[in-house]
Design a protein around this ligand. Structure first.
Ligand code: ATP
Ligand code: MG
Length: 399
C-alpha cells in the first residue's frame, strides 16, 4: 500500500469509529491509480466541521465555510472536507452556497472530471460511480455530467481541463472539448488569481506543448489576461521543444519573451501575480536579452547566479533550437565554478577601505568603484587581495 495512504489510514479509522464515513478523494486517488507520485492525500467525510473538531485534538480552520478543516495527526496535516453539494452558482463562478450532505455519491457528483471523482476507502477499495477508472485507463478528461452545465457552473473547470492535459498528457473527451470551444467567454467571469493558479500548473507540466495547442484550437486564450489576439504567438510556442523546460519560471520567461508585450509590467500585473514572481520573470528576461548578445560575461554570470544562468541557457537553447543542451549547461557550470568569488562579501575590499584610501567623501562612487574592483577580480585582472586591489584601483585612477 502506498506509504501516504497507510499513514493516513488511522485518520479515516478515527472518523469511522466516531460513526461517520471517510474516504480518500481527488487527485491523490487519481494519481495512485496512475502509479504517479502522490504528494498529499485529501479526505472527504460525512462529518461536518464541528464534528471533525470533536474527533481530533489538533485542527486548524482553513476553510470552514467550504467545509474544510485541517486535521493535524501525528504531526502530519490532512485536509478533511465535508461531503457537500454545491448549489446556486451565480455568475459562472464558485458556488454561492455550499450545502453539507451525508452522501458520498452526491459529493463525487459535484467534482469536475470523472478521473477526479473517485473515492477510496481505508482498505483501498475503490468507489467509482462515474467510471473514472475507465477514463483514466483511456487517458481521457471527461466532465462529470454535461460539460455545458458543469462549465456554466464554474468556468474555471475549462482551465483545469487544459492544465490536466499538460500534467497528465491525457486527451479531452470530445463533448468536453466542444464544451471548451463553446464556453470560453465565461472565463472572463473568473477571478484571475484562480486562473493563474491553474495556468502556473499548466506551465509547469510535461505536456505544455499540447496544452497550448488546445488553448489555441478552442480559443480559450482569447479570454485569458493579455492574450486576446495572440494566437500566432501560441503557434510559435507550438513549434518549439518546450518540453525541455522543466520549471515554471523558465516557461513563463519563454512565454513572455515570445509575447513581447508592449508593457511587460502591465501584462504581468493583469495576471495578478505576486510582485516576487513579476520581479523574477523580469530578472530572467533581462539576462535572456543579454544572452542574445553572446555568452554571459563573468560579471553577469556572477550577478545572475548559477541557477538563473542555467535556466536562461535552457530557454535560449529552446528558442535557438540548440541541440546540445548538456554541453551548454556543463560550460555554464564550469564557468560559474571557476569564478574567483561567488559573493560580494568575499571581495577583499569594502566600502570602508575605499573611503580610507581616498580623499573623497562618501557617495555613489563607492558602490561604482566596488563594482569595478569586483569586475577586475572576476576577469582576473587583479587578484582578490586588499593591497593588490588598492594598487589596481590607483592605477586606474579610481581612488
Ligand atoms: P493536483 O494533484 O494538482 O492537486 P487535484 O485533482 O488534487 O490535482 P485540486 O485542485 O487539489 O486538484 O482539487 C482537489 C479535488 O477537488 C479535485 O480532484 C476535484 O475532485 C475537486 N475540484 C477541485 N476544483 C474543482 C472545481 N473547480 N470544480 C469541481 N471540482 C473541483
Ligand atoms: Mg490536490
Amino acid at each position: 500500500m502506498h506509504k501516504l495512504f497507510n499513514q493516513a489510514k488511522p485518520v479515516l479509522e478515527k472518523i469511522e469509529r466516531a460513526g461517520f464515513q471517510a474516504y480518500f478523494v481527488g487527485g491523490a486517488v487519481r494519481d495512485y491509480l496512475l502509479n504517479k507520485q502522490i504528494s498529499d492525500v485529501d479526505i472527504a467525510s460525512s462529518a461536518v466541521p464541528a464534528e471533525i473538531k470533536q474527533i481530533f485534538d489538533k485542527t486548524v480552520d482553513v476553510g470552514i465555510e467550504h467545509g474544510t478543516i485541517l486535521v493535524i495527526f501525528k504531526g502530519v496535516p490532512y485536509e478533511v472536507t465535508t461531503f457537500r453539494s454545491e448549489s446556486e452558482y451565480a455568475d459562472f463562478r464558485r458556488p454561492s452556497k455550499v450545502t453539507f450532505i451525508r452522501s458520498l455519491e452526491e459529493d463525487l457528483k459535484r467534482r469536475d472530471f470523472t478521473m477526479n471523482a473517485i473515492a477510496m476507502d481505508k482498505d483501498l477499495t475503490i468507489i467509482d460511480p462515474f467510471s473514472g477508472r475507465i477514463a483514466i485507463e483511456n487517458q481521457l478528461i471527461t466532465t462529470v455530467g454535461r460539460p455545458e452545465d458543469r462549465f456554466q457552473e464554474d468556468a474555471l473547470r475549462m482551465m483545469r481541463a487544459v492544465r490536466f492535459v499538460s500534467q497528465l498528457s491525457f486527451s479531452i473527451e470530445s463533448d468536453t472539448y466542444q464544451g471548451l470551444k463553446d464556453h470560453g467567454h465565461l472565463l472572463e467571469k473568473i477571478a484571475v488569481e484562480r486562473i493563474l493558479a491553474e495556468f502556473n500548473k499548466l506551465l509547469a507540466g510535461e505536456n505544455k506543448l499540447q496544452a497550448f495547442n488546445i488553448l489555441r484550437d478552442t480559443g480559450l486564450n482569447e479570454f485569458l489576461p493579455g492574450l486576446k489576439g495572440t494566437g500566432k504567438v501560441l503557434d510559435e510556442w507550438g513549434k518549439l521543444d518546450v518540453s525541455r523546460l522543466k520549471n515554471l519560471m523558465e516557461s513563463w520567461v519563454l512565454f513572455v519573451y515570445l509575447l513581447n508585450p508592449a508593457d511587460i509590467d502591465s501584462f504581468l500585473r493583469s495576471w495578478k501575480m505576486s510582485s516576487k514572481q513579476m520581479k523574477e520573470i523580469k530578472r530572467y528576461l533581462f539576462y535572456l536579452n543579454l544572452r542574445f548578445k553572446g555568452p554571459l560575461t563573468k560579471l553577469n554570470l556572477f550577478h545572475a547566479g548559477m541557477d538563473t544562468a542555467l535556466s536562461i541557457e535552457k530557454v535560449y537553447g529552446v528558442l535557438k533550437d540548440c541541440q546540445d543542451e548538456a554541453a551548454a549547461s556543463h560550460t555554464i557550470e564550469k564557468d560559474y565554478r571557476s569564478l574567483p568569488i561567488h559573493d560580494l562579501q568575499e571581495l577583499a575590499v569594502g566600502g570602508r577601505d575605499l573611503l580610507e584610501w581616498s580623499a573623497k567623501q562618501a557617495g555613489p562612487w563607492v558602490k561604482e568603484t566596488l563594482l569595478h574592483a569586483l569586475e577586475a577580480v572576476l576577469e582576473q585582472q587583479a587578484p582578490n587581495e586588499k593591497e593588490a586591489l588598492r594598487e589596481w584601483l590607483g592605477r586606474c585612477n579610481l581612488i
